[in-house]
Design a binder for this molecule. Structure first.
Ligand code: 3HC
Ligand code: NAI
Length: 709
């Protein structure tokens, strides 16, 4: 018996416990361990029933995702390896009860469904999240789930990927009972009751009542496909999951399983799945920071304070309140404070209206936000986040004040989107406590938090910030201190090229639709309108570009001079009228004028070229950021773009995408752009080096993180 799986007994009940921390991933050794435990207990005449339970914090969180790389690289022959185990569980003549706590996900839920009965604690979650990895359930999930929960629920779970709680799982038939007290004794009691009932154990594969008929199923499948079309943004796995569930309704169980396996295989070998698996691991890798260990002291965050209740400050206060952390919210005067609070209330009320929050939850969250006009209670704050207007003089003034009114051990964080953290820190007597916490708008929604490390930010402040990000339901990415950090620094050349393309002859909507076609959540020009064109315009007015050659942002500057700041003024690159939008003819006219000034001959531009010119600009800047050490790894940049800028996860992020296109091809095209368009396109030295040596950003990053010999 492997140590990963142990057996014990409680009278005539055999108990199989899985011990593969941290999440009991179903690796081949775990599957073999459970299989031999089942065989042993089935052969033991003194055993009447079997319980399968997870040791540690969870049941099985899925197949071991690390194994998938071995299958696609040809290191191992294709086989999920789970069939013998699931057959043995289901064919056991003695009832097998699965006892669930934590999460039963993917292969975990598939294992649970092959057992005869399932009990769970009330806090347990179950789900088939494979689509999030570009996959479908590959061990009978699409065949057993509809048999337990019905077609509609199976479609929702397999194509949507979200998990559900124990109460929901009980209501739809996935589990049989919620255990009130401790899980194992409750499962033993349930097992005894099933043994007492007698009769053959209930095999999920034999349940056909919930499979429906072609006439009633047709609209359910049509609706699932509609939902997938709206949400999938070019991802194929949700449609494949629907196809596999459909097979459960048209084929006998064994053939349905075979069909599922074929589709699973097709997905596993797809570029989308490889990209999404990269995103899964990159998201976890960002938490690993050289020099920070589990022994690095963390500062407990029990109370926070925010300075500035504008667009960002209000959203940040909500983020803290949502995470259960009380927060002081300070403004300069009562009208500003009232405005900020009214926006917060309106945002919460909208969420209540959509049914995603109860009135009681809204009230509790609001009660955690304490408005104030003074620094009086700032001594209570373990962290202060500054979100006042963007300007160095004001930021320094606020930080000098914060230095006086907070405890010396409090963290002082700035939400600046461009300014130098070290200079801000210099206004305090504790630069080691100062750090950037760059939230993205809307701060209560967007998952990304860029954590900007100053020269003197202490390991403890960095470690606390990273953990805090998780507590706030954000993905924290540690970045270095440079102008605009990672995300916005890369965004600048991206939107510059989007605008150059309009000058060069592409239509406004052609630029945006080429990029949404590529998978971006929004086109770059629509994003600019949403964020406000005046932001960049004001910065450019302060830092005039005096270089010779092609002038960027000419049309946008003219739009701003005419008072068109984007959505907030009703016009920018688009005109916003009657709830819709159409390209702004003024923006087109200004772009034509800019083309004349920049001596550009206009032409029509195909979508592929639009994508190359914008996305390669992102990649080139990303390569510089990587080389300068502003991002720790290529994967960190990918996470910034997937979670902060709507880059399609199915393409893995800009750096992963570049690796998949091939760095030589990207580099050659950038050299062509340099010849064609000039000064903005000099290739990043790292890109050139990797392209000529046949390497990738991923391999370069991996070699950098290897400990030095
Ligand atoms: N395989 C391998 N490693 C896994 C894993 C899995 N299924 N799930 C989590 N891990 C690893 C993580 O990489 C991380 O490793 P690290 O500490 O070295 O970085 C560690 O376990 C802890 O994970 P988290 O940091 O994510 O822990 P959380 O507590 O925040 O979240 C979780 C736990 C909700 C289980 C989350 O890890 C998760 O969503 N995991 C993936 C679940 C999943 O997608 N399952 C389906 C897999 S595919 C499948 O089963 C195919 C089947 O149909 C054949
Ligand atoms: P905003 O103009 O909406 O809000 C700023 C608020 O700060 C105003 O309500 C103002 O009254 C208040 N304020 C000014 N001085 C103050 C002081 N001394 N004490 C207390 N309150 C004071 O600005 P926004 O957009 O919220 O930006 C704030 C910061 O966040 C800036 O540094 C900006 O660069 C950054 N940021 C903005 C993003 C955005 O999309 N708007 C995204 C990420 C960062």
């Amino acid at each position: 018996m492997s140590e990963l799986v142990t057996t014990s007994r409680e009278g005539d009940i055999g108990i199989i416990t899985i011990n593969n921390p941290p999440v009991n991933a179903l690796s081949p050794s775990v599957a073999e361990g459970i299989l031999s435990a089942v065989q042993k207990l089935v052969a033991d005449a003194t055993i009447k029933g079997i319980i399968l339970i997870g040791g540690g914090r969870t049941f099985i969180a899925g197949a071991d995702i690390k194994e998938f790389g071995k299958l696609t690289s040809g290191q191992k022959a294709f086989d999920t390896g789970l069939d013998p185990l699931l057959n043995a569980l289901e064919d056991s003549p003695k009832p097998v009860i699965c006892a669930i706590h934590g999460t039963a996900l993917g292969g975990g839920l598939e294992t649970a469904m092959a057992c005869h009965y399932r009990v769970a604690v009330a806090s347990a979650q179950v789900g088939q999240p494979e689509v999030k990895l570009g996959l479908i359930p590959g061990a009978g999930g699409t065949q057993r789930l509809p048999r337990l929960a019905g077609i509609a629920k199976a479609l929702e779970m397999c194509a949507g990927g979200e998990s559900i709680g124990a109460a929901d799982a009980l209501a739809c038939g996935i589990i049989d009972e919620i255990v009130k007290g401790e899980l194992l004794p409750g499962a033993v009691e349930f097992a005894r009751a099933m043994i007492a009932l007698g009769g053959p154990p209930c095999r999920t594969r034999d349940l056909n009542d919930k499979l429906g008929d072609p006439a009633t199923n047709a609209p359910v499948f049509a609706m699932a496909r509609d939902v997938a079309k709206r949400k999938a943004r070019g991802l194929m796995a949700p449609f494949k999951a629907i196809e596999a569930v459909e097979a459960a309704t048209t084929l006998p169980f064994a053939e349905g399983c075979k069909r599922e396996r074929d589709i699973f295989r097709e997905c596993l070998f797809s570029d989308q799945s490889k990209a999404l698996i990269h995103v899964f691991f990159a998201e976890r890798e960002v938490a690993k920071i050289p020099g920070i260990t589990k022994d690095t002291p963390r500062i407990p965050i029990r109370c926070a304070a925010i300075v500035g209740a504008g667009t960002m400050g209000g959203g940040i206060a909500m983020t803290y309140a949502n995470a259960g952390i009380p927060v002081l919210l300070k403004e300069i005067d009562q009208p500003a404070l009232d405005r900020g609070l009214a926006t917060i209330r309106k945002n919460y009320a909208n969420t209540v209206r959509k049914g995603k929050l109860t009135q009681q939850q809204m009230d509790e969250r609001l009660a955690r936000i304490e408005p104030t006009l003074s620094f009086e209670r700032f001594k209570e704050a373990d962290i202060v986040v500054e979100a006042v207007f963007e300007g160095m003089a004001l930021k320094k003034q606020v930080f000098a004040e914060l230095d006086k009114v907070t405890r010396p051990d409090a963290i002082l964080a700035s939400n600046t989107s461009t300014l130098n953290i070290d200079e801000i820190a210099s206004a305090t007597s504790r630069p080691q406590q100062v750090i950037g916490h760059h939230f993205f708008s809307p701060a209560n929604v967007m998952k990304l938090l860029e954590i900007v490390r100053g020269k003197q930010s202490s390991p403890s402040v960095i470690a606390t910030s990273m953990e805090l990000a998780k507590k706030l339901s954000k993905v924290g990415v540690l970045v270095g201190n440079c102008r605009a950090f990672v995300g916005n620094r890369m965004f600048d050349p991206y939107v510059r090229e989007a605008q150059f393309l309009v000058e060069e002859g592409a239509k406004i909507e052609e630029v945006d639709s080429a990029l949404t076609g590529f998978g971006m959540a929004m086109g770059p020009l629509a994003v600019l309108d949403l964020a406000g064109l005046d932001v960049g315009w004001r910065i450019r007015k302060e830092h005039r570009d005096t270089h010779a050659g092609r002038k960027p942002f000419l049309a946008e500057d003219r739009l701003c001079e005419a008072g068109n700041f984007g959505q907030k003024t009703g016009a920018g690159w688009y005109r916003y009228e009657g709830g819709g939008r159409s390209p702004n003819p003024d923006a087109e006219r200004f772009s034509e004028e800019a083309a004349r000034e920049n001596k550009i001959t206009r032409r029509s531009i195909p979508p592929e070229e639009i994508v190359e010119q914008t996305v390669y600009a992102l990649i080139n800047e990303g390569a510089r950021i990587l080389e300068e050490g502003i991002a720790l790894r290529a994967g960190d940049i990918d996470i910034v773009y997937v979670y902060g800028y709507g880059f399609p996860a199915g393409r893995g992020g800009p750096m992963w995408y570049a690796d998949t296109v091939g760095l030589k091809k990207v580099y050659d095209r950038i050299c062509q752009f340099e010849q064609q368009h000039g000064k903005f396109w000099s290739p990043a030295p790292l890109l050139k080096e990797l392209a000529t040596s046949g390497k990738t950003f991923a391999s370069w990053s991996a070699s950098k993180s290897e400990p030095e010999a």
